[in-house]
Design a protein around this ligand. Structure first.
Ligand SMILES: *Cc1c(COP(=O)(O)O)cnc(C)c1O
Length: 492
């Protein structure tokens, strides 16, 4: 299948190349030339397990990958999840479910894509005839970094450098990254917020001279952020899987429409839901939930994307983002796949920090999406009330989605089943979850975990306990203009 750039300047003839390259030459994002229609296959997927469903969805895009190889790789990747299910669906109440995506090696939903991405990238590079060493550069708001490090550590022919905002991640997230093992990994704290990090990394990707310099050292760049189609595509599968589980559990009739509520940052997760719908999954509304950094809520309600605003540090740091990269893929679709227009808007965004979409586009988007945000206090109250009502501890990000879902249900008259996409274990944000539940401050992340365990009777994940005894390997803090040199030194 061909993949085209959202900015029109670069198309490639295979998913393999799109994944190996990560970002299009013109700075745009690769999108599939068309969406495969899986509506006729949906019945067959009911009887599959998660790795089979994932391989099935992936192979509809990744035509040049060997089907059996993909299946084996999915089995291996999703075998790393607790209890052998990468995406269990939990019934909370009548027509109300939580899709738990945090049982992987790093306890956030990023594992769904990053346990399989190394295989997709390795194979993709082979198929695309790339012989150079691959350097993965990752900008992270906390969870992608760790999941990517874990996925790519000690992979032959691949090196990885992760950049995270110095003051923008939770203590547990920071520890997870700074103690990372592996000979081919590097972790850097960057002064500033996630947007500064992401922009610095994008500047490396689009600097032709710099890329030539790297090439002379036999290095090519790729990305493990959700700008890479190889990150996005594995995420489509869990929407299909949740639907199948609802049918199999006789919670819905086959063909019924289901709504999904997604705690959103870079717009990768929810975009995968939209792609699933384009592929024939009966999805009703996709509900985009934001924290105080509510740029997406404002965009969906006004049609104006405006980053000229205050940036807030919140208790849901993985959603503290103002420049949502994957929104580019959405506005590309709703512009009628107009690459010129998309390019123009992205240039306006870069220059003035703002672009507008037309009234027609806004109305078309409103048919598919509902967007809202919650305050910090409301998120904290939701964690507390939800635990009292259902004996279930939400993490700080999932709490945003739950709170927004209440507003959605009281505004929109709907009978649809509602699935909350849960993105992290509460133990990744133990101090804030504990404070929400008990009102007590505990700044030491391990003590907070122990107290949270007592409070909730939910066992602390092994991966959290292990961290306590691991030596810190990475302590560098750099300014964003120092990253170029750091990267060059790392590949030398
Ligand atoms: C990454 C992340 C999000 C945001 O997902 P996007 O795909 O960037 O919208 C939400 N919650 C958690 C816990 C995350 O790690």
């Amino acid at each position: 299948m061909n993949f085209i750039s959202t900015r029109g300047g670069n198309s490639v003839d295979s998913a393999a190349r799109a994944i190996a390259q990560g970002l299009a030459d013109d700075g745009g994002l690769f999108v599939p030339e068309r969406f495969p229609d899986l509506s006729k296959n949906l019945k067959d997927m009911l009887d599959m397990d998660y790795p089979e469903r994932a391989a099935f969805v992936l192979s509809s895009f990744l035509e040049e990958y060997d089907k059996q190889g993909l299946l084996e790789a999915c089995k291996k990747a999703y075998g790393k999840f607790e209890e052998g299910d990468a995406a269990p669906l939990i019934k909370i109440d009548d027509k109300f479910y939580i899709l738990e995506l945090f049982h992987g090696p790093t306890l956030a939903f990023k594992d769904i894509a990053l346990t399989i991405l190394p295989y997709l990238l390795r194979e993709g590079a082979n198929k695309a005839g790339i012989k150079e060493e691959i350097l993965i550069l990752v900008a992270t708001s906390g969870d992608t970094g760790k999941a990517a490090l874990e996925g790519f550590k000690d992979q032959d022919g691949i090196k990885i450098t992760v950049f995270y905002p110095d003051e923008g991640v939770s203590d547990m997230q920071k520890l997870q990254m700074s103690t990372q093992e592996g000979e081919n990994v590097n972790v850097i704290a960057v002064k500033g917020n996630f947007d500064d990090c992401q922009t610095a990394v994008k500047n490396i990707f689009t600097n032709k001279e710099y890329i030539e310099t790297l090439k002379k050292q036999n290095v090519v760049l790729s990305s493990a952020n959700s700008i890479n189609f190889g990150r996005l595509s594995p995420q489509i599968a869990y929407y299909f899987s949740a639907y199948c589980d609802l049918v199999n559990g006789e919670e819905i009739e086959f063909g019924d429409v289901v709504d999904f509520v997604v705690p959103t940052g870079n717009f990768g997760n929810i975009l995968a839901g939209y792609y699933a719908k384009q592929m024939g999954l009966p999805v009703g509304k996709l509900v985009c939930a934001s924290n105080d950094n509510k740029i997406l809520t404002d965009f969906f309600t006004t049609g104006s994307y405006d980053v000229n605003r205050e940036f807030f540090k919140t208790i849901s740091p993985s959603m503290d983002i103002l420049i949502s990269s994957n929104l580019e893929r959405l506005i590309f679709e709703f512009s009628g796949r107009d690459a010129e227009l998309t390019k123009k808007r992205m240039e306006e965004l870069k220059k003035d920090g703002i672009y507008n979409i037309s009234e027609e586009e806004k109305e078309a988007i409103e048919k598919e999406f509902y967007a809202d945000f919650t305050s910090e206090d409301a998120s904290r109250n939701t964690i507390k009330n939800f635990f009292e009502d259902y004996d279930y501890a939400l993490d700080t990000h999932t709490a945003v989605a739950v709170e927004v879902s209440y507003g959605y249900q009281s505004t929109v008259d709907t009978d649809n089943a509602l699935v909350i996409v849960s993105t992290a274990s509460p133990y990744k944000f133990a101090a804030d979850v504990l404070k929400s539940l008990t009102g007590k401050e505990e700044n030491d992340p391990f003590k907070a975990s122990e107290k949270l365990e007592k409070e909730t009777a939910m066992p602390i994940p092994e991966k959290i306990k292990e961290l306590k005894n691991k030596p810190v390997r990475f302590t560098k803090v750099l300014k964003s203009d120092e990253l170029f040199e750091e990267v060059l030194n790392f590949v030398k």
